[in-house]
Design a protein around this ligand. Structure first.
Ligand code: C6P
Length: 412
C-alpha cells in the first residue's frame, strides 16, 4: 500500500527506518507518543551498535592494535559529527557523558564548586527539569550560594520582564531549558544569554528537548555550556554530551578521577589530560557513543529544519483536535512551540487516563515529568503528556483523540 505523503517531509517513509513501529499489541498498532521520555531507534543506530560488538569491540585511546584503533577512530568521528550537529567550534570542547543529567551535574560540580561562594546567586527558571535544578541546589548547599527562580507566565512562557530584576551583581550563573518538556515552550535563549552575559553570568543551556527537534547552534545562541542526551535524539541510552566554552573547560577541575583523564600520576599527585579527555574518566559507553554519532548523522541527512517544520504542523493539528474534548486543559503557548502537549481532563487522574490509552496501545506519559516546581506553578500534581517525533502522523493523533473520547465516555 502506498501511504499518503504529508508535505515535503514524509513521515511514512521515515517510519520504515524504525522497526519497532511495526509492533502491535492485541491487534492494535503501536502509537508511540512518549518521545520526550525517550525516542525509538532507527536501523542505522541499531546496526552501528551491532557492528561495533560484532566486528571491532575493544577499548578506546588505550591500545595500538587494529581493533582499538578502529574503535578510537569511530568514537572520535562521533564526537566530530555531534560537534557539527550543535554548531560547536571545536570537537575537543564536546565531552561525552552518560546523559544530559550527568552533563548538568558535571557543570554544577566542576564549574560550580570552583566558582561559587557564599552569597553568590544561581538563577534558574520555574520550568527547569529536575536535572537542571537539583545539582544547583546541591552545589548551593555546599558553597553557600542561593538559588533564585525566573517565573513562568500564565501563558507558559518565561517572564522575561522579570529577568533584569533577578540578575544582580551576585548572579554567577543562569541555567535555562531550551525547550520545556512539559509546556513545549521554546525559550528565547539568545536574548537571555545576552542579558546574563551583560550581568557577568555564565549561561548553562539544557538542550535535552531541542536537539532532536530543531536546528541548534551553540555559537549563535552564545551560551557557555550545553547539555543533551542521545536517547531522546534517536540514539541509544547511556550516552550524552556536554559542550562548553574552551576557556571555562580549561579552568575547571575534573569531575571524576580515573583512567584516561590523567596526563601523569605520581605519589605526590596527578596532572590532568587535555580536553576533552580531562572530563572522560574511565572506559566510556563506546558502542552507545558511536551509535549516537549515527543518530546525529541520520538527523542531519533528514534535515533539522524539515523535521522542525513537520513537527510544528503536527503539534498544531494535535492542539486543534485535543481542544475539541470536553473538560480538557492544555498547557503551554499556542504558537511557536515544540511538538509535545501536556493536558489535564476534569475528573480523570492522569494515571488512569494513560492506562486507558494503553488499552489502545497508545503510549503517553502521566506524572510530574520531573518538573515538580513547574507543576506547583500549574497547581496540578500531575499531567498527561503526548510528545511527538518525526515519525508520528496525523492519523496517530486521531487515534489518540478517539481513545481519549472513549476514556471520557468511560468516566461519564
Ligand atoms: N526528560 C521526560 O519524560 P536524561 O534523563 O539525563 O536523559 O534527561 C534529563 C532531562 C533534562 N532536561 C529535560 C528538559 C528533559 O526533558 C530531560 C528528561 C524526560 O520529560 C525524562 S524525566
Amino acid at each position: 500500500m502506498t501511504l499518503p505523503s504529508q508535505g515535503a517531509f514524509d513521515p511514512y517513509v521515515v517510519r520504515r527506518d524504525f522497526p519497532i513501529l511495526a509492533r502491535t499489541s492485541k491487534g492494535k498498532p503501536l502509537v508511540y507518543l512518549d518521545n520526550a521520555a525517550t525516542s525509538q531507534k532507527p536501523e542505522v543506530v541499531l546496526s552501528a551498535l551491532d557492528r561495533y560488538y560484532r566486528t571491532y569491540n575493544s577499548n578506546v585511546h588505550r591500545a595500538l592494535h587494529t581493533l582499538s584503533q578502529e574503535a578510537t577512530s569511530a568514537y572520535e568521528a562521533a564526537r566530530t559529527t555531534l560537534s557539527e550537529l550543535i554548531g560547536a567550534p571545536d570537537p575537543a570542547t564536546c565531552i561525552f557523558t552518560k546523559n544530559a543529567t550527568e552533563a548538568l551535574n558535571l557543570v554544577a560540580n566542576a564549574w560550580g564548586r570552583a566558582n561559587l561562594s557564599a552569597g553568590d546567586e544561581i538563577l534558574i527558571t520555574e520550568m527547569e527539569h529536575h536535572s537542571n535544578i537539583v545539582p544547583w541546589q546541591m552545589v548551593a548547599e555546599a558553597t553557600g550560594a542561593k538559588v533564585r527562580y525566573l517565573p513562568v507566565t500564565g501563558e507558559g512562557r518565561l517572564d522575561i520582564d522579570a529577568l533584569d530584576g533577578l540578575l544582580t551583581e551576585r548572579t554567577r550563573v543562569v541555567g535555562v531549558v531550551h525547550v520545556s518538556n512539559v509546556l513545549g515552550t521554546i525559550n528565547p535563549v539568545a536574548e537571555i544569554a545576552r542579558r546574563a552575559h551583560a550581568a557577568g553570568a555564565v549561561v548553562v543551556l539544557d538542550g535535552a528537548q531541542s536537539v532532536p527537534h530543531m536546528p541548534v547552534n551553540v555559537t549563535e545562541l552564545d551560551v557557555d555550556f550545553f547539555a543533551f542526551s542521545s536517547h531522546k535524539m534517536y540514539g541509544p541510552t547511556g550516552a550524552g554530551m556536554l559542550w562548553g566554552r574552551r576557556e571555562l573547560l580549561e579552568e575547571m577541575p575534573p569531575f571524576l578521577g580515573g583512567g584516561d583523564m590523567i596526563e601523569f600520576v605520581a605519589k605526590e599527585g596527578t596532572t590532568y589530560n587535555r580536553l576533552p579527555y580531562k572530563f572522560e574518566a574511565g572506559t566510556p559507553n563506546i558502542a552507545e557513543v558511536i551509535a549516537m554519532g549515527a543518530a546525529a548523522q541520520y538527523l542531519q541527512e533528514l534535515g533539522l529544519q524539515n523535521i522542525y517544520q513537520y513537527e510544528r504542523e503536527l503539534v498544531q493539528y494535535a492542539l486543534e483536535r485535543l481542544d475539541t474534548l470536553e473538560g480538557i486543559e492544555l498547557y503551554g503557548p499556542r504558537d511557536e512551540r515544540a511538538a509535545l502537549v501536556s493536558f489535564s481532563i476534569d475528573g480523570i487522574h492522569p494515571h488512569d487516563l494513560s492506562m486507558l490509552l494503553d488499552e489502545d496501545f497508545v503510549a503517553v506519559r502521566a506524572g510530574h515529568h520531573c518538573t515538580q516546581i513547574l507543576h506547583a506553578v500549574l497547581k496540578r500534581p500531575a499531567t498527561t503528556r503526548a510528545s511527538f517525533a518525526l515519525y508520528n502522523t496525523r492519523e496517530e493523533i486521531d487515534i489518540l483523540v478517539e481513545s481519549l473520547e472513549k476514556a471520557l465516555a468511560f468516566f461519564g
